[in-house]
Each structure stands twice: as structure tokens, then as C-alpha cells.
Design a protein around this ligand. Structure first.
Ligand code: NCN
Ligand code: DMD
Length: 356
């Protein structure tokens, strides 16, 4: 099975290359540590590629995984479910934030329908790329049934793995996660509560704009679903099937696929990080490929990042999704590799080192 083969292919960063990259960083013409997180990212990517310096993470592609959520029926979002399909159409005509930010960062955009509930109307001659791999038409309402079956969760995971393989096969050397799914911050909060042990109230936020009363209702919806299914963090497929979303499972697979190909993957916001919790529970070494693009204002995102041990590159008060925060971080990840690759050492530049 593709999932099992992918998990078996994920191995830790190369320790010798990590050491070589750390050593090179300490000889570059700057006070050691002065490039902050960029130094850490450059060392991480060297270890991932087992090459110092690592290849530049370009060209890049963002995959926007789109799906719908049965839990929408509980009144957890202020937006109608049809917006998911309508935004997919908008991505395909380049009208969304992801398109503008991808153009700025020179990244390709692919949209993957893993379970949009409303038929997607693709405008004539739309320039965008849509991969149609629906696993089912939206999830079931997690407050009364598992969101999906285990088999469906595996199919969504394997769809994400296959999309990562496709993009790497085309020559992409940096993958970015994106998501679109009305009500998906509810499923994200549920997953974060499962994998971090946090209380639902602590990890449930305002999503795409619910008021405080609705946020509290949303936290209670999450609490009810967790009491009903009692998802086990030791069974990540079962957990994502019970309270996750099709895009969450697909993004988890996308992360695993990137890690198996030893290509970095820049995570977007709270949806991506909740999916990364699933991926890391399946294969902890997948984290060697993960970079946190940004910190979303959604409270569960901070909790998930802390649990994953990831440090977000930018913190701009974003709460959009679509891959927006990952795209804004992409030039920073590329810059990190350039510093390790292109800077002179104290020796080569004839710059005096620190005094003893
Ligand atoms: O990326 C984030 O952290 C993020 C935070 C809040 C909302 N969103 C986006 O908003 C949608 C979900 O919001 P909601 O309120 O319907 O759950 C979905 O399409 C997400 O991409 C995304
Ligand atoms: C308009 C809109 C655009 C989005 N993009 C990602 N999530 C979204 C949610 C809404 C509501």
C-alpha cells in the first residue's frame, strides 16, 4: 500500500550533513547565530537533502486541498458551505489571495478537490489547474458519526502522497500546503485537542469570523465529538477519520510524501498544522521536512506548533488559509539556503574572526 511504503521511506535527517552545515554556519562572515531562524532552516534543509549546501528550494508549488465538512450543519461557521466550491472556481481564474501571493513568490498553484460537497463550476478557459480526486462528497457530521471511514481516510492520505509525488516528479523542489473548506477550523480544533491533549476551549477560535458566542458553541461541538468518538492519538488514521476532514488527511499525506522525497514542505496555518500532527504521529521523522510558514491567529495553531516543536517564520495576524502564510514565508526559506550556499567564510574573505 502507498501509505505503508511512504512511511517506510521516511528516515531522519542525515546527522553528518547536519553537523557539516552547523560547522559551515559558524565560519560564515557574520557573528555566529546572527541570522537567527534562517540558520536553523538552512541546517535543517541540508540535513534533509543530505547535502551541504542543500539545493535551492525552487521551483515551488502550493497545493490547495479543498473539501467540505458535515459538522457545518451544527452552525460552526458564518459562511455557507457553497463558498468552498465557489472559492475553488475563484482559484482557477486566479482571483484569490493564493493566486496573487503565488505570483509574487513565483510558485505554481494546483487545486485538489478531495471532497467538495457542491459541484465545482470551472469557468471556460480557466487558466488554473484542478486535480479532481474526490474521496467522498464532504465528511459526515462528527457530532453524530465518524467524519469518514478509515478506508476513506487512507484514500485521502494517499491522494496527498500522490499529489506530492506528482509535483516532485515535475521538478518542484519545495512544496507548500494550502486548504479551502468552510468549517474546517472546527475539525482542526478537534485534531489539535486529540494530539496535544489541550482542552477544546483552548484550541477553538473564531475561524473565518464567528462571534464569541458561536466560538463557545463551536468548542462545545468539538468537546461533544471527542466524547462520542474518544479518538486515540496512538491511532492517527482512526483519529483523522473520526473528527478530521478530507483535506486534513490529504495534507497529512502531502507532508508524508514530501518527507519521503526529502523535499521541504512549508506548512500554512492551523489546518496544515493540525494535519501535520497526524503526519508526525504516523512518522515522527516527517518533521525533518517541515517548516512552519507562519503563525495564524487561530489559538490552536500556537498549541499545535508548540507540540510539533516548529517555529513560525512570519506572524502577520493572518487567518486566511489557502496557503497564504506559506507563500509569504517561501522567500525566507529560499533566502536561508542562499546564505548557507553563497556567503564567504572568515578564511576565504580574509575577515578577522572573534578575539579569544
Ligand atoms: O489558516 C488558518 O489558520 C485559517 C484560520 C481561519 C480560517 N481559515 C480558512 O477559513 C475557512 C474555515 O473557516 P471556518 O470559520 O468556516 O471554520 C477555511 O477555508 C480556511 O482556509 C484558515
Ligand atoms: C471568502 C473566503 C475565502 C477563503 N479562503 C480560505 N478560506 C476562506 C473562507 C472564505 C469565507
Amino acid at each position: 500500500m502507498l501509505l505503508e511504503r511512504t512511511l517506510a521511506a521516511i528516515t531522519p535527517a542525515d546527522p553528518g550533513t547536519l553537523a557539516a552545515a552547523l560547522d559551515r554556519q559558524s565560519h560564515l562572515t557574520k557573528p555566529p547565530g546572527s541570522l537567527g531562524l534562517l540558520e536553523d532552516i538552512s541546517v535543517q534543509l541540508a540535513g534533509l537533502a543530505a547535502s551541504c549546501p542543500p539545493p535551492l528550494p525552487e521551483p515551488a508549488a502550493v497545493a490547495v486541498f479543498a473539501a467540505d465538512h458535515g459538522v457545518h450543519a451544527q452552525g460552526v461557521s458564518v459562511w455557507p458551505q457553497e463558498v468552498t466550491a465557489q472559492m475553488v472556481a475563484n482559484f482557477l481564474v486566479s482571483g484569490a489571495a493564493v493566486n496573487a501571493l503565488a505570483a509574487q513568490a513565483a510558485a505554481d498553484v494546483v487545486v485538489v478537490d478531495v471532497g467538495v460537497a457542491t459541484p465545482v463550476t470551472v469557468p471556460d478557459a480557466a487558466p488554473g489547474r484542478l486535480i479532481r480526486r474526490p474521496v467522498r462528497s464532504g465528511t459526515a457530521d462528527m457530532t453524530s458519526a465518524p467524519a469518514m471511514t478509515r478506508q476513506e481516510a487512507v484514500r485521502a492520505l494517499e491522494t496527498g502522497i500522490a499529489v506530492a509525488a506528482e509535483l516532485v516528479g515535475e521538478g518542484h523542489r519545495c512544496l507548500l500546503t494550502g486548504d479551502m473548506g468552510i468549517a474546517n477550523t472546527t475539525a482542526s480544533a478537534a485534531l489539535i485537542a486529540v494530539f496535544t491533549g489541550a482542552d477544546p476551549d483552548e484550541v477553538t477560535g473564531h475561524g473565518a469570523g464567528v462571534d464569541e458566542n458561536t466560538r463557545q458553541h463551536k468548542a462545545n461541538v468539538v468537546r461533544g465529538a471527542l466524547e462520542l468518538h474518544r479518538p486515540d492519538p496512538g491511532d492517527p488514521v482512526g483519529a483523522v477519520a473520526a473528527v478530521g476532514g478530507l483535506e486534513h488527511a490529504a495534507i497529512a499525506g502531502f507532508v508524508l510524501g514530501a518527507a519521503a522525497h526529502r523535499v521541504p514542505v512549508i506548512l500554512d496555518g492551523v489546518i496544515a498544522s493540525s494535519a501535520a500532527l497526524v503526519a508526525a504521529a504516523l512518522a515522527p521523522d516527517a518533521l525533518a521536512a517541515c517548516v512552519a510558514g507562519h503563525r495564524s491567529v487561530e489559538p490552536g495553531h500556537t498549541v499545535a506548533l508548540r507540540h510539533l516543536g516548529l517555529h513560525p517564520l512570519v506572524d502577520l495576524g493572518l487567518r486566511l488559509g489557502e496557503g497564504s502564510g506559506a507563500l509569504l514565508a517561501l522567500p525566507l526559506v529560499q533566502a536561508a539556503v542562499r546564505t548557507l550556499r553563497d556567503m564567504a567564510t572568515f578564511d576565504s574573505a580574509g575577515v578577522a574572526g572573534k578575539e579569544a
